[in-house]
Design a protein around this ligand. Structure first.
Ligand code: 5CA
Ligand code: ZN
Length: 412
């Protein structure tokens, strides 16, 4: 499927020295460490889990994609070639349920909502992934992966005469749980809440995740060597990432609601398929954005839409500022005063950007880079810019270039 239009990014090398290596939080070790690869010339790979397109992109999704856009921008500004892959979960239970409820074709719903997402990302100046891939397009690759897991004994069918669905045996890799570090009770709770089926009879372990769901009447299905059916959720990301990025990636990203079971299981699937010791160098997760006191979610309906904010006249650059004014890992609340506060900040920075000067970096750019290199510390980066705006020096051209390249915020 096609990605969204490319975004123009100015070359930071014109105004500053080589950048320090980016350090990011990794959920598996709970530490902030340099994100591989170490050599400045080496290419970097990133897989960020995409949307399930059954409802419009809300500001919580945007917060997550804008965060990983900063990683992409930092790597590129460091001179690295970045390969960025994102999926679209364009067939899954919630999408089918919503289409059924609204009396629309699930394919039309997915297409429409994916288009809206592309439009939001374009407005927000998020650099598009090199490969933007729907699971429907990769169903053959997924079923082939599941067949290999069955052959190797990492997967099994439940003893159900009608629907002998295929499940993954979580004991396969011997290190299930390393990514989330959750205890078993927490895993069971999240499995039940986040699309798992711990009570399904016939599973070896209640936490074993679904790999292949046999065709049911009234549900879409695809022919495969496993019989007609469709992909489970976690194997979709394991196979797409493996196929397009190889057996080891530098970064897997998503919101903190994906730490378990999604990223735990997709890592276990990928490692069982390849034998690699560890699927991603970093598992990095953004905090959840709430609205009106609870986590924003499609099922609760307490949503703030990017497209509506833009339609009401909010500058997309102000939306980026609002989203990045807190550290990406904090759970935070979106409030209705945020767009106005961010717009005021944007205007102050743009006012300062009217002063011109020599194009070499000074202390402002150095401090901005240092803050971002330290686990994307945008609150500190913004304070640096506030100070600069209060008394702009003769390095404004360089600041404008850096803010555009690294933060995706055009000041002129
Ligand atoms: N299609 C799957 C991933 S393979 C999925 O989780 N889709 S989603 O549409 O539900 O979410 C897309 C991304 O937005 C995920 O990374 C998710 O963690 C993130 N996300 C969802 N809600 C929020 C929120 N309230 N705040 C921050 N990020 C969120
Ligand atoms: Zn995913």
């Amino acid at each position: 499927m096609h990605s969204w239009p490319t975004v123009e990014v100015p070359a930071l090398s014109a105004v500053t020295q080589p950048l320090p290596q980016l350090r990011l939080h990794d959920s598996a070790s709970d530490t902030v460490t340099p994100v591989s690869p170490p050599g400045p010339e080496e290419p970097a790979s990133m897989y960020v889990c995409g949307i399930t397109p059954y409802d419009a992109t809300h500001i919580g999704h945007a917060a997550t994609y804008v965060t990983f856009d900063l990683v992409n921008r930092y790597w590129r500004a460091s001179g690295r070639t970045v390969t960025y892959v994102q999926n679209v979960t364009d067939v899954d239970d919630p999408l089918l349920e919503r289409a059924e409820r609204d009396g629309v074709d699930w394919r039309d719903l997915a297409r429409e909502q994916t288009d809206l997402f592309r439009s939001d990302m374009t407005h927000l100046r998020v650099i598009p992934p090199e490969r933007y891939v729907g699971v429907v397009e990769e169903m053959d690759a997924v079923s082939a992966g599941v067949a290999r897991l069955l052959e190797s004994g990492a997967a099994y069918r439940v003893p159900d005469d009608e629907y002998p669905d295929v499940y993954f045996d979580i004991s396969t890799t011997g290190r299930f749980g390393y990514e989330s570090r959750y205890d078993r009770g927490t895993m069971l709770t999240y499995s039940a809440e986040r699309g798992g089926d711990p009570d399904r009879p016939g599973k070896r372990d209640p936490l074993d995740p679904l790999l292949w769901r046999c065709a049911r009447p009234g549900e879409p299905s695809w022919e495969s060597p496993l019989g007609a059916g469709r992909a489970g959720w976690h194997i979709e990301c394991a196979v797409i990432a493996g196929k397009l990025l190889g057996e080891r990636i530098d970064l897997q990203g998503g919101g903190s609601d994906l730490i378990f079971p999604h990223h735990e299981c997709s890592a276990a699937h990928a490692e069982a398929l390849t034998g690699a010791a560890r699927f991603a160098g970093h598992y990095t997760h953004t905090g959840m954005l709430a609205y009106q006191g609870t986590k924003m979610s499609k099922s609760l309906g307490n949503l703030v839409f990017v497209s509506r904010l833009i339609a009401s006249g909010v500058d997309p650059a102000a939306i980026r500022i609002a989203l990045l004014s807190f550290h990406y890992r904090t759970d935070r609340e979106w409030t209705d005063v945020m767009p106005a506060a961010a717009t005021e900040r944007l205007h102050r920075w743009r006012e300062a950007a009217r002063t011109t000067g020599q194009g070499t970096a000074g202390p402002t750019v150095d401090a901005l880079v240092a803050a971002l290199a330290d686990d994307l510390d945008t609150p500190t980066a913004f304070r640096v810019l506030d100070d600069w705006a209060a008394s702009p020096g003769d390095d404004s051209d360089a600041v404008v270039t850096a803010v555009d390249a690294l933060l995706g915020i055009p000041l002129r």
